[in-house]
Structure formats: structure tokens, C-alpha cells
Design a protein around this ligand. Sequence first.
Ligand code: GLN
Length: 542
Amino acid sequence: MGESHAGGKSKTSKRPVKWIIVTGGVLSGLGKGVAAAAIGQLLAPKYRVIPVKCDGYLNVDPGTMNPIEHGEVFVLDDGGEVDMDFGHYERFLKVTCSFEWNLTMGKVYERIREKERKGDYLGKTVQLIPHVTEFIKDWWKTIAKDEKADVMLLEVGGTVGDIENELYIEAARQLNQEVGRENIMYVHLTYVPKPEHVNEHKTKPTQQSVGMLRHRGILPEIILARCHEPLAEKEQKKIAIFADVKPDRVFSAQDVESIYEIPINFAEQGMLTIINEELGLNGLKQDSAWKKSVDRLTADHLKRITIAIAGKYTRLEDSYASIIEALHHCEAAFNVGIDLKWLETSEEHDLAKDMEGVHGVIVPGGFGSRGVEGKIATVKYCRENDIPFLGICYGLQMAIIEFARNICSLKDANSTEVKKVKHPVVDILPEQKQVTKKGGTMRLGAYPAVLKKGTAIHKLYGKDEVSERHRHRYEVNPEYHEILEKHGMVFSGVSPDGTLVEFIENPKLKYFVATQAHPELKSSLLKPAPLFYGLIKACVKK
Ligand code: GLN
């Protein structure tokens, strides 16, 4: 537990670790992770903030869950498959997270059962309280110590009252006694609706959810009120009375155009002063480069472009959260508005008609055979019409299949993930052949690649070796490397031993690149992922 991937030391001298516990109420899906990340963003320039997310489900990690149900699976450098909130944490806190920072009840119980079998609890009845809560608290404290954290930013998943999260809430309550009131702050995110027929914010759900938290022994110091528009003073005061906090501790977390505005909103409402009052974290000021980028991002863009995303989970944008964020980062970089067009590839449609007004195309990651032919047709359309194209993971594999079929004349070319064919141009990785278990067994995490000088991709990265994150089981079949290259496909980046194709491009076209990796996972507001940057640059030029 607690292997450090973040590097660096505590930014301040020895003082007790400060704990910020973020809980949620009323509804799920209010953006608790983003709100927590926004608080962290304000602290991160001066303090070493370590985010921890506690999920109640019994899966060990979200790696085996359907993205439509759970949103994107975020992958870390260390290969950990974690909750998508870690995407917000990395983007807002500029910290490289570790698999250990995502607790799930699946992980907790798995380890407790191991301990019990080993005899660690010999003679005892192992109980939810105290054994599981002690175990959870130890886990948090180990991270704090190993990471030399100044601030532990701890998000409890779900909403107060969910049975599956009770043990985290109980552990968070107990922590108060152990670390001292001056070292811990509880933040509760709730929902304040404004029903159409009454036309004022209704605070009852917030009152009740704070009540539920109090019933569990937690008295929040800050209320983040998710609302459509900022609360009126009278509404703020009403929540303050019921929540037993001063009115300046009730923050409006209103809908915003861009999530990157949230730290600025919080700071404008006095969050920095309150964090200082509560935890003695002083000398905080807003990050001016961040503010500048946010201004560019939210400006009225004179120029707008349309990017089509061809996938099979297009019904839920959360499935492609990091891709959408990487595009937002480019909006700020280029001062351009990007409209998204979703192409559901598992349904029949008129491609030429769909492509009207589209400036560039992304074929994102994916699994299984559904929607594959639609993706291949989309790639073909881009190649034939010289439309800027970025293929990500499965998107690279689709580009290889399309090229093999239509340029190398390997008519039935396909991936063995889809079907058995005469020309399996995409095939299972050798080390994956023996794998039988599904959880955490893909080629996961950061791997280096060596880039070929003179290629478009080398120019975009501006270096010879890069590291990006991966999550896949298949690769470009080495038996077909020669024929693909002979017909003009350029392997712009390969694994250091030269065996694995990591980046490709078609130099005959304006911008036609793809990667086996997921570069969207490392994109940030101030530093957009190079391949996304290249895509938008090509579209803007067009
Ligand atoms: N299904 C493909 C593979 O496993 C691609 C995975 C992905 O797009 N993340 O190789």
C-alpha cells in the first residue's frame, strides 16, 4: 500500500496533515468529484494535496464495469483502473495519482479477508465496526504518510444514507477525534432545486441531507449548494440556520459553462479565507495562468468547428469524459469553440450526410464487435476525403483494418477481437494469450514509445521518447507490419524494443494520426495533449 507515484515532498515544513472530507447529499451525479477537485485546485499551488476517493461498490475497481453505467474508466500511470473523478483530480491538482488512492469496498473486503485468513485477527470476531473502519482509517493515514501530504482531500462516493458508503462516513467521523478538530474540515455538497412552479430555490432537501449527516455525527463546516443559478442571500441564510454554519460558509455551486470556472467561483465567494480560518492554511492565492486559460475557454468564440466522435457509447458523454476535456483544453489553446457531433456507429446511417459540416473526426477507444463496421467506414471516409482524423486505441486498430482492406488489398482484414479471418491484421498481444481473468489484466498504464524523427507526431510531441497510458489487449499484428509500411502507412512510434506499434500516421494526408495509447488521459488545461492539439490545429487551418 502507498507506493508513491506522485514524486516530490511536502511543500511545507512539518505540520499536522490537514483533512478535507467531501460528502454528498440529495442526489448522485451532482459533480462531487469536480467540486472536490476545485477546492484542491485552490490549495495545490502551495500545498501538496493528495486526493482519495472512496467508492462503495464491491467491484475491486471499475475496470470491469460498463462505461454506460459507470462512465469512463480512468487509467493511471501505475496501471490502476480507477473512478473517472481521478481525471478531474489529475487535471485540477497536477498530481500523478496512484491506484491506492481509490478505495472501493471490493478492495477493502478483499484485503480484510486476506488478513483474517492470515490470522491477523486471531481470536477476534471481525466486525464492520471497529475492524473495517479501523482498516479504512489506516489506509488513509498510510497514504498521507507515504505521500508526505500537506492536505488529504477525501471524497466519499454516493450520497449520505447509501448503505454501501456508511463505513466510509463512520470512519470519517471517527477521524475527527483522532486528528483534532483544527485539522479536519467537512464539506457537504447538496442540491438546491428551483422548481418551475414556485420559482425560488427550495432548501428542504439540503436541510434533510445535512440532518442525515448530523445523525451520523458529522457537522459540516461548508455547504456547497449545487443550483442552477446563485442562491439569493435569504436562501443562503436559511440553509445556514438549518446547517448550523455561518452564512458565508454556504457556497453557491451554480451551473457553469466550464468546470474549470469552479475554483474561481469558489475563491470569489471567499473559500480561501474560510479554508485558512478552518485549517490554518494560509498564503493561498488564485493561479493566474489558470484564470487566463479559463477566460479564453469561456470567451465568445468567433470561430467554431465541429468534431465528430464515432463510437458506440455515445448516449452517455461520461463514457468519453477525458476526450471531451482534452477538446476543451484545445478550445482554450486555440481560442476556438468546438461543437461535438456524436456518430452512433452501431446504427445504420448516411455517412456522407452525417459528415456535412464536420471539420475533424475522432474514433475513440472501444471493445467488442458491435459498431466496428461503422467505425471502419468512418475512417475510410476521412482518408478518402482528407478530413483530419485522430484514432485512439481501437481507433488506431480501425485505421489499420481500413488501410489493410482498401489500400493493401487484404479484403477480409479484421481484428481477432471481432472475428477469425484470413488476414488478422490486429491480433491479441502475445502476453494476453494466457490471460483468463478479466479484472485488471489488460496491458495497462504508462509505457514508453520511441518516435520517428521527421514525422508529424514527433513534431507535435517535440521529443524522441514519450510515455502515454494504455488499456488494451490487442495490437497491430507484427506479421503485417511490412505490408502496411510498404503501402505507405508510417509507424511514427514504436515500443523501445521495436515490436509494438504505438503511433501511426498517413503522411499523404493533412492530418491522419492514431495511437494505441490514450493520450486524452494526460491532457490538461494549460497543456493540451499533443495529438489533440494537432487535430484541432489542422481543423482550424482548414
Ligand atoms: N478493444 C481493443 C483492445 O483491447 C481496444 C481497446 C481500447 O480501445 N481501449 O485492444
